[in-house]
Design a protein around this ligand. Sequence first.
Ligand SMILES: Nc1ncnc2c1ncn2[C@@H]1O[C@H](COP(=O)(O)OP(=O)(O)OP(=O)(O)O)[C@@H](O)[C@H]1O
Length: 569
Amino acid sequence: ATVPVAAAWFTKGMLDELASPHPAWSGLAGIVGGLLAAGLIGAMQPQLSQYVQEDLGRKASLVAQDRLYRAVNRFQGLRRFEDPDFLDRLRMAQQTGQDTPNQIILTALSLVRTSITMVGFFGMLLVVGPQMAWIVVLGAVPTFVGEVRLARRRVQTTLDITGLERREMFYAQLLGDVAAAKEIRLFNLGDHLRQRMNRDRRSINGLHRRMDRWTLLTQGGLAVLAAGIAAAGLFWAVRSAVTGTLTVGDVSIFVAAVATVQTSLGTLATGLAAGHQHLLIFERYLEVVGAAPDLPLVESPQPLPPLREAIVLRDVWFRYSDDHPWILRGVDLTIAKGRAVALVGVNGAGKSTLVKLLGRFYDPTRGSILWDGIDIRNVPVEALRERLSGIFQDFMHYDLTVRDNIAFGDLAAARDEHAVTRAAERAGIHQTLAGLPSGYDTMLTRLFADDTNHAGVVLSGGQWQRVALARALVRDGRDLLILDEPSSGLDAEAEYQMHHRLREHRAGQTSLLISHRLGAVRDADAIVVLDDGVVVEQGDHDALLAADGHYARLFTMQAEGYATAGAGR
Ligand SMILES: Nc1ncnc2c1ncn2[C@@H]1O[C@H](COP(=O)(O)OP(=O)(O)OP(=O)(O)O)[C@@H](O)[C@H]1O
């Protein structure tokens, strides 16, 4: 920062010495040496700064990203992930986490550097022409005001485009996604989706253009103002030199000082405005990182002992938000320890919703879920989930190896190599997985190659379902096993085998099984029929058939379907 000031001072000294009647060689040599040193330092400094800044930037962005995703992992419920506002903020936080810390550091450093240079030149201006010094400073006031207003508008523009960008990214990902590729081609959606993506981009560009126009107008006006002040200063300096009040060296330093003080004040104003803008945007990052827990925390949580008696849903009412309809309407249900409970009902009856409440991904809107009498809201959510295992209807396909896909069920248990293969055996998929090109190290995706550069494989829907089941089973010995449609993708024989295995596995285990195939649930200890958010029947298979209600009707319909299909063959 001091280099330009020194260089200008040496230049003034050199010009004054040269303009004197008897220039002294000894004095000139020292001045030229000083100029040379300033030039050398000035030449090397940008590269060095660049190196240090890049390194600092990488470190800062790693820290910021780590903190952001730690915060995201702390959200234990699902509500935040279903809130478009929050997702916009998360997207901004992802972007700002990458760049903004570095930009804030760079802006701060540049402000310090510019201030030092400016103070140096301002001092010189005070020496040469104090009135002009103050005019230059006053001339910078509009620049400050204009730049800060621009910064605020820039923040607003960034906020306005985040939602649009998120949707544009959704279309872009869709167009490159292998899972979507089939439908997009079958239904010839490619051009339509591309146009929608372009429409979002045009809107984003429009907002950017509006911002650029404001910038152009503001900064253009400010540049005209600065040029006017500089011209007036030059006029005054030249006139003073003619009348002999200023030396040639004074004029040179005056010109350099006016230009530098003006540029520095402009840079300072832009820097402050940019810092202001970065901090306003960084606030979004801090909002996400510092967001309160999404599930209410109790002051003194209770420990959750192993299940001894039963999990009881007591008058549970639930809706996804105040704007949504009631999904569960006063559900009373008991899952006794060691019993296999089956939950059946038509599409949209609320079965998966009930599972999500059991895992405390949401809290009931009214009523409670009791674990041996302890409200699950009063225990740490991690402790509750430690006691659960299961397979969701919309389970994950991780684009990773077979081993990862199973081990993710229980990372600690899966350190034992045999635990993974045992779970796969129990899910009836071990032979298939062992026969893959790299066995359990085969990638279950074509998106990435494995470490040995082997291409991955694609499993069938039913095979994936078994892998997901193995993931649930590797998590052994939990108090409640939840199986939400574990066999919907299997062929009849595989389904029969899976349920046979599951029956063995579930014997003596507390489990909740959801299935549309009523043959699969007939030997459950209790079958609960959910209809439109209400438990309409419960009992074992024989009792429910005898009752001749919902279950009997559904069961007879399915049985007749099979019989008709059999007769038709
Ligand atoms: N995250 C959500 N936000 C808003 N509504 C939801 C959400 N998830 C489910 N719903 C609604 O809740 C209702 C019950 O859905 P749920 O998935 O619990 O039914 P289900 O009985 O499991 O159905 P299926 O047999 O089709 O799997 C549906 O009307 C659905 O639209």
